[in-house]
Design a protein around this ligand. Structure first.
Ligand code: CP
Length: 309
């Protein structure tokens, strides 16, 4: 692959190879913290939407692999003067970057940009479409906690309708032959989602029954376009994860959240901090390793392509 734009085009073997390499990078990160596989390459991070985890981990990942990393401050860029996304991308392309990491509020914007530039593009989240490195880091977290990434029963709960994390996870976990249960109020469940081979629930007790993994999602009010916004109190009562609701899952079920989380809205803060159940901090750690693996693999392909030209 030239780019990492989504989970959709990946084969199960691509996913397994990337996770195997990411496992090696977990070990590197816990010991030496440095390699030179991206030495001589330039990585530009362009975030048109806020980020803590994704932006910081892409920057750390690039630096640990020896790349020259530049973070574009999009709020201070000429986008503010009316320059378009494509003109901005073409301007940066003329400076010969090798890896472009892009987050954008519009679904499809990163794919469009990838068609215009000569380097490898990594999608760091586009609108409601995809967030592939999030799904890959979730997969690595699950594989390390459960010892496998197939034939697990996994619940994804909350604001499915607005979530690129849910979309990428549904695709990845489905490709790896897991049983996926989606739990959300009907207003936050996309219509026709059953076509993706998932089971749909609007009750936490039913949906969480005997699952191995519980993945909570943030209520994304910024994407609700003035439509239905549930009351936080009512939402927490029916769909917020606490230890009482978690008791319906398997006794060793793990609790995940991609972050940023709203404590007391979709998840109880004490449960989120319970290291016996919650793997939220491991997810963040896996984020660096997965992004190192993704950039390493794309750089290998880029070098092969350039050597052949
Ligand atoms: N999970 C995630 O994408 O977090 P950020 O928005 O902080 O990058």
């Amino acid at each position: 692959h030239r780019h990492l734009l989504g989970i959709e085009p990946l084969a199960p073997s691509d996913i397994t190879s990337l996770l195997d390499l990411a496992d090696d990078y977990v070990t590197l990160n816990r010991t030496a913290k440095h390699s030179d596989v991206l030495a001589g390459l330039t990585q530009i991070n362009m975030f048109f939407e806020n980020s803590t985890r994704t932006q910081a981990s892409f920057e750390i990942a690039g630096k640990r692999l020896g790349a020259d990393v530049m973070n574009m401050a999009m709020q201070a860029s000429s986008i503010k003067k009316g320059e378009t996304l494509i003109d901005t991308a073409m301007t940066l392309n003329a400076m010969h970057p090798d890896l472009l990491v892009v987050r954008h509020p519009q679904s499809g914007a990163v794919d469009l940009l990838a068609q215009k530039v000569n380097c490898a593009v990594l999608n760091a989240g586009d609108g409601r479409h995809e967030h592939p490195t999030q799904a890959l880091l979730d997969a690595l977290t699950i594989r390390r906690a459960k010892g496998r990434l197939h034939r697990l029963s996994i619940a994804i709960c909350g604001d499915i309708a607005h979530s690129r994390v849910a979309r990428s996870n549904i695709m990845l976990l489905g490709k790896m032959e897991n049983r996926i249960r989606l739990i959300a109020p009907p207003t936050l469940m996309p219509s026709g989602i059953e076509d993706f081979g998932v089971e749909v629930f609007d009750d936490m007790a039913e949906g969480l029954k005997d699952v191995d993994v519980v993945m909570m999602l943030r209520l994304q009010k910024e994407r609700m376009d003035g439509g239905f916004i549930p009351s936080e109190r009512e939402y927490y009562h029916r769909f917020g994860l606490d230890s009482e609701k978690l008791a319906h899952a398997k006794p060793d079920a793990i609790v995940m959240h991609p972050g940023p989380m709203n404590r007391g809205v979709e998840i109880d803060g004490t449960l989120a901090d319970d290291i016996n159940r919650s793997v939220i901090q491991e997810q963040v750690e896996m984020g660096v390793a997965v992004r190192m693996a993704a950039m390493d693999l794309l750089a290998q392909n880029l070098r092969t392509e350039r050597n052949a030209a």
